[in-house]
Design a protein around this ligand. Sequence first.
Ligand code: L34
Length: 293
Amino acid sequence: MAAVVIDGKAAALRVREEVRERVLVLREKGVIPCLGVILAGEDPASLSYVTAKERALEEAGMASRDIRLPADTGEAALLSHIALLNGDPAVHGILVQLPLPASIREDRVIAAIDPQKDVDGFHPVSVGNLVLGKRGFAPCTPQGVVTLLREANIPLAGAHAVVVGRSNLVGKPLMNLLSRREFNATVTLCHTGTRNLARYTQQADILIAAAGKAGLITADMIREGAAVIDVGVNRVPDLTAKKGYRLKGDVDFEGVAQRASVITPVPGGVGPMTIAMLLRNVVQAAEDTAIQH
Ligand code: L34
């Protein structure tokens, strides 16, 4: 039996259309939602993600404040850009694309963002709100994953979700999101220290691969009929490809698709949803400030 392939691009376009309508309402009140976007350095993957985000913002009727900094930018300089964006009432959200150059401490930079503008949901206050089940911004990729699962009508309540990977961007927030009462899944978090990974992944009704290792999850590691969500976007060198690389997920797609009931592709799965969720967080941030004033 071959799995149904979830179309993340189509789902993302539906979310982006909803966002566009919310933006229209704000624009009628004279508010143009705006995201401050900071990119330090020239990592080609980061550059392409940031470009895609800014294009999507524009298509949804939103603005962006584009800040490009050289790779040798100091931490203090970056922090002063954040201070300016924090203090600018026309800027509703702030995104600092990760990873940052090695000389800059990521945690210091993230902590400097006003939590009200933290549309990435990485600030310790946002993380705390997520864990406590309070209002606040949740990170975009985990939100994209749960939204895709809902769109595909995969029941979450009572299901066993196994998350592979414990990053701050994906694994940890996803664990917290899925175990919230509104989703009600039972979550197992696996990571590089997990002994006999397959023993856990084979128990999953929903398997979410977010380890950043191309092809880590193979067909023998999943239960027949499981739902498989692939968060990995690994660039694998391929001289036959135009760009010199190919995108590969953490899941061995060909093999796993034979056993899974549904599966997300890479590209065209979770990636486009990450961008759609960012847009949703930005319009939310703008709505929140429009109410306050
Ligand atoms: N601050 N840094 C911050 N926020 C984020 O949410 C991110 N992330 C991750 C990296 N750093 C970040 C992203 O935006 C990963 N990420 C991301 C966003 C979009 C896509 C992939 C990763 C995406 O659109 N992927 C396409 C393919 C793009 C390509 O061809 O390279 C896809 O279809 O999967």
